[in-house]
Design a protein around this ligand. Structure first.
Ligand SMILES: [Zn+2]
Length: 85
């Protein structure tokens, strides 16, 4: 496991970039960490799909939130440096 900063992405259409302030580590994350979901999970992986933070940027077509909004995300479907923001 590595703790490091990653480049901030640009949001795609209907995507939001969130500056994560807090994140949980749930049972799913532990299974991923233990390598039990190799058929469903690609690596490298940023763990923690339940988190809160502040909207940093929004992509085209996003209407429900704006930069600066505080948000809670539960069960984000796609995680990783390329699409988890
Ligand atoms: Zn979870």
């Amino acid at each position: 496991m590595v703790y490091e900063d990653v480049p901030s992405p640009e949001p795609g259409e209907k995507q939001v970039v969130v500056q994560v302030n807090w994140s949980s580590i749930c049972g799913t994350d532990l299974h991923i960490y233990l390598g039990e979901f190799k058929d469903r999970v690609t690596h490298p992986r940023i763990l923690g799909h339940e988190f809160s933070g502040v909207v940093k940027a929004v992509g085209k077509g996003v209407t429900r939130v704006k930069p600066g909004d505080r948000v809670v995300i539960l069960g984000a479907g796609r995680l990783g440096p390329e699409n988890s923001r």
